[in-house]
Design a protein around this ligand. Sequence first.
Ligand code: CO
Length: 165
Amino acid sequence: MLDILKYPDPKLQQLSAPITEFSKDLHELLDQMAKTMYTAGGVGLAAPQVGKFICAFIVDIRPLEEERQLFEFLNPSLSEGQGKISFEEGCLSLPGITAEIRRKEKITIHYQDRYGEKKSMNVEGLLAAAVQHENDHLDGVLFIDRLSPLKRRFMKRKLAKSITL
Ligand code: CO
């Protein structure tokens, strides 16, 4: 199990660097990230959330053991996308709060797999939202940063309370 950084840790705002070596260490990290995500009950986890500032995240919107479908995205870049969709989002780095976030309904993600092979995938709906949420972590952006200033202030107050209690 890896430790997950929690808000307000300033490291969550750090930018992640592209991956250049698709090494055994990287594969081990990805495997540990998957274990950590499933144990914590999340549907996505980005490397910077576990203190590794590299462009990698994993997503599984079907985390039940018998239905798992794990995706690994390395050095991702997202197309502009189409449509609008919103989901009630949470984040393993912001325990205890959720908020409805509007995102693109359909996007194409260009990425590399764990062996460095270049690939692309069209994603939509919840998977598209999860990909956008995780990709934001690589830019040091949290879902509360996508709220209006008023809602963000409300959420931050709620978070401050849950941290001090
Ligand atoms: Co998150």
